[in-house]
Ligand binder design. Structure first.
Ligand code: SF4
Ligand code: FES
Length: 252
């Protein structure tokens, strides 16, 4: 098949960006989207031009590094699918594919399609862990957890930290990501001792990174490749409210 790319090129964080048009006259429909970009990069290198910078690691939908906007959609047109899991057969022969990086103030562009998502790391560092003694593996296995709670925790823990929710949201809100990270610990017994403190610290850090607020557009849920639900946001808001009302003293 043949496709035309309009791909965002930006030499560095402060450089002026532009779209470069690249004709891809022949690509297998069985190639993955990233393999197509690899092929384009080989061609650019052979011509002595700068290859397109993009992130990827696992290429199987689990690491969260590969997200780009394809024709205005975070991770491309297939629901519940990361960029790396799209194959060229999911696009029309002769199509023009506009490829852009995540666009959000909290995710500054490093180069071309690569953005700095370390704001997410700072949110996790603020409380996305359990630091109390939870005992050894046999003790953990002895704690009864209902199937419903285990499933809820597992669904929230499926978040791969890709940032598509931020890129898709008109407010560039990170609340789906933060809600998922808070929820997967909030529904388990091991997460209870620090539950309120965790919500307050992670929400405060999220706000400090420059993400916007949720106004219920629902674009995050639609764009999420792991189909994380907005109920995670409601749970986070409930915990944050409870912690605020209790006026719990949380060290800065
Ligand atoms: S909630 Fe979904 S879209 Fe957002 S970071 Fe997690 S996996 Fe990616
Ligand atoms: S490269 Fe790991 S999720 Fe796409």
């Amino acid at each position: 098949m043949r496709v035309k790319l309009k791909v965002w090129r930006q030499a560095g964080p402060n450089a002026k960006g532009h779209f470069q048009e690249i004709d891809v006259p022949e690509v297998s429909e069985d190639s993955s989207f990233l393999e197509m970009l690899d092929m384009v990069n080989h061609g650019l290198i052979e011509k002595g031009e700068e290859p397109i910078a993009f992130d990827s690691d696992c290429r199987e939908g689990i690491c969260g590094t590969c997200g780009v906007m394809i024709n205005g959609e975070a991770h491309g047109p297939l629901p519940g699918t990361t960029t790396c899991q799209h194959h060229m057969r999911h696009f029309t022969d002769g199509a023009t594919l506009v490829i852009e990086p995540w666009r959000a103030k909290a995710f500054p562009i490093i180069k071309d399609l690569v953005v700095n998502r370390s704001a997410f790391d700072r949110i996790i560092r603020a409380g996305g862990y359990v630091s109390v003694d939870t005992g050894s593996a046999p003790e953990a296995a002895a704690i009864p957890i209902s199937k419903e709670d285990a499933d809820t925790a597992f669904e929230s823990a499926a978040c791969i930290g890709c940032g598509a929710c931020v890129a898709a949201c008109p407010n560039a809100s990170a609340m789906l990501f933060v809600g998922a990270k808070i929820s997967h610990l909030a529904v388990l017994p091991q997460g209870q001792p620090e539950r309120m403190e965790r919500a307050v610290k992670m929400v405060a850090t999220m706000d400090a990174q420059g993400f916007g607020n949720c106004t219920n557009h629902g674009e995050c849920e639609k764009a999420c490749p792991k189909e994380i639900k907005m109920t995670n946001i409601y749970r986070m808001n409930a915990d944050y409210m409870k912690a605020s009302l209790a006026e719990k003293k949380v060290p800065k």
